[in-house]
Write a protein that binds this ligand. Sequence first.
Ligand code: NDP
Ligand code: 8X3
Length: 252
Amino acid sequence: MDKIALITGATSGIGKATALKLAKTGYQIIITGRRNDKLQALKLELEESNTKVLALSFDIRDHEATKSAIEQIPNDWQTIDVLVNNAGLAAGADPIYDGLWSDWEQMIDTNIKGLLYLSKLIIPGMMERKSGHIINVSSIAGKETYANGNVYCASKHAVEAITKGMRIDLLPFNIKVSSVSPGMVETEFSVVRFHGDQEKADNVYKGLTPLYADDIADAIEFMVTRPAHVNINDMLIMPTAQATAVYNHREE
Ligand code: NDP
Ligand code: 8X3
């Protein structure tokens, strides 16, 4: 039987690229996200290349909805080998005194609580089978804090701590825990961060070549294809034109 990978936030960006990549590697794929039209389009695309796909549409901030979606996974889809905790976002880029409660809640509820809800539902099966691999999508923002990044950076610092905690606690159960920490990746990320302002989003990538979603999917594929005795703890991946969260080189 094919191995099964569950990827959160697969309607766009890194999650979608990872679904396409792991399908090519031979995984059956469970894709999740809120936008069901995008999930169904990806399902069709994957099925065209003979991948078995299960699409689950729910808001990861909603504990009951998340629990109910995972509990309804059919028996033959329940042995989830790989969990990619990717769903997440930055909302706003404001100094701490101007930040919106609604943005803070959305980031904390998605990037931290959502990741925990889903992990808690999937981990028991992995423990029982004494096998599994969890990959948490962190960020350079999990390692550095930059101006106006405050709560987003805090949420990704939390992902770093949760990743390390998971790795320790799951050690006796032969479960691999990894994180991938990208710098700038051109996806819907900046449009979402700037509440739909496309011009502001485009400016983030102006004058440099950012990473693309596929670059991160490559890294995730590398992680899941290592031999059983090898775990990649973390990969920090930056565009060549970006040295740190704040230092980058732009051509005029
Ligand atoms: P995108 O905006 O392109 O994708 C985000 C994905 O998360 C979408 O599929 C979205 O699905 C899903 N998502 C967001 N909120 C929810 C929710 N409440 N419930 C369920 N799914 C949700 O951005 P990226 O691909 O760039 O982001 C993926 C991850 O990578 C995030 O964790 C982000 O923090 C991280 N990251 C991104 C970087 C970048 O520069 N792009 C750099 C470093 C890390 P839907 O809207 O359909 O619900
Ligand atoms: C997303 C990249 O530079 O906005 O995590 O933190 S950044």
